[in-house]
Design a protein around this ligand. Structure first.
Ligand code: IPM
Ligand code: MN
Length: 363
């Protein structure tokens, strides 16, 4: 089969790790007889520099006309001026919104080989395997007004957390569906003791839950959820959360897996039927890591695992997705470590070497 993949490497370590994922896809193509046509697009800070926009129209067009989007990361100190009119992150927000990718799937599965890389005790990490579904097109990220101004009594700023029935309902349904295919437990995260948007969220979770009597539904306040994530993370199966809550909780959850460099993500407009194609965007959850950018030492595994999700969710190719996930596990079993997941005494390898080793283990 022929597939068109939009490649948006972005800033910082984005290009380095994305290159390894492209390499993986090429190897998968050779193995299974698929052709991947890669079309590159500018996004983020470099796009601001070159085109004056964090998401040039041409990039959005490329993304819309492709089968899947492989995304790196955006941002960096160069564009961090709080007074700047456009920011690299605007590009990511615009593409999520532009493609209506409302369901951000972030699997958190502790790989036993890395149990010692985490700062948490091994006993806490045993059996951790859950998925966070983060709402991605609403909430604090998109609510308006959002502004900063000066009054006679000083500076002021406002952000708005807003949700509609439609936005809440569709992401909750993804949560219930996903739980149905797993251990049938859905944790709906909210702050219903304080926020009106959360009270709508909880009310709708209860309503929609009636359509899924086989799924056990629980409501957990976001602060409690943050605590439980490090105390008893194995209690979770599927979590569904508002945009900002999901953002915060998944950085925390990355610690369970040893490093931010391990967590992949898929942003979708709903869960496609197995075996069908559906446009999605796939990106590591880590940022641009400006401190190590260009050094060739970044961990490409989060991007590579995102590529496995790309094959699974956007292209309907489960077998090569499993093959990549298995090759990552074997590279780790063989003792290969990038700097972020290395323990004292480990042999540390760079970004490209890790990519090459995973390619070689595809068999
Ligand atoms: C993420 C990132 C982004 C977000 C940033 C880069 C805008 O932190 O994907 O989690 O906050 O959504
Ligand atoms: Mn984040």
């Amino acid at each position: 089969m022929n597939f068109k993949i939009a490649v948006l490497p972005g800033d910082g370590i984005g290009p380095e790790v994305t290159l390894e994922s492209v390499k993986l896809l090429e190897a998968i193509g050779r193995k299974y007889g698929h052709t991947f046509n890669f079309e590159h697009g500018a996004v983020g800070g470099n796009a601001i520099d070159d085109f004056g926009s964090a998401l040039p129209d041409s990039t959005l067009k490329t993304a819309k006309s492709s089968d899947a989007v492989l995304f790196g990361s955006v941002g960096g100190p160069k564009w961090d001026d709080p007074k700047a009119k456009t920011r690299p992150e605007d590009g990511l927000l615009a593409i999520r919104k532009g493609l209506d990718l409302f369901a951000n799937i972030r699997p958190v599965k502790v790989i036993p080989q890395l149990i010692d890389s985490s700062t948490l005790k091994p006993a806490v990490l045993e059996g951790v395997d859950f998925v966070v579904i983060r709402e991605l097109t609403g909430g604090l990220y998109y609510g308006r007004p959002q502004k900063r101004w000066t009054t006679s009594r000083g500076r002021r700023a406002v952000d708005t957390m807003a949700y509609t029935e439609k936005l809440v309902g569709r992401v909750l349904r993804v949560g219930f569906e996903m739980a149905r295919g797993r251990k049938k437990k859905l944790t709906s995260v909210d702050k219903a003791n304080v926020l009106e948007t959360s009270r709508l969220w909880r009310e709708m979770a209860v309503e929609i839950g009636k359509e899924y009597p086989d799924v056990e539904l629980e409501h957990v306040l976001v602060d409690t959820a943050a605590m439980q994530l490090v105390r008893t993370p194995s209690r979770f199966d599927v979590m569904v959360a508002e945009n900002t809550f999901g953002d915060i909780l998944t950085d925390e959850a990355a610690v369970l897996c040893g490093s931010m460099g391990m967590l992949p993500s898929a942003s979708l407009a709903g869960i496609p039927e197995p075996g069908t194609k559906a446009l999605g965007l796939f990106e590591p959850i880590h940022g641009t890591a400006p401190d190590i950018a260009g050094k060739g030492i970044a961990n490409p595994i989060a991007s590579i695992l995102s590529t496995a999700m790309l094959l699974r969710y956007s292209l309907g190719l489960e077998e090569p997705a499993l093959l990549i996930e298995d090759a990552v596990g074997r590279a780790l079993s063989d003792g290969y470590r990038s700097a972020d997941i290395a323990s004292p005494g480990d042999t540390v390898i760079g970004t490209q070497q890790m990519g090459d080793i995973i390619v070689s283990l595809l068999g």
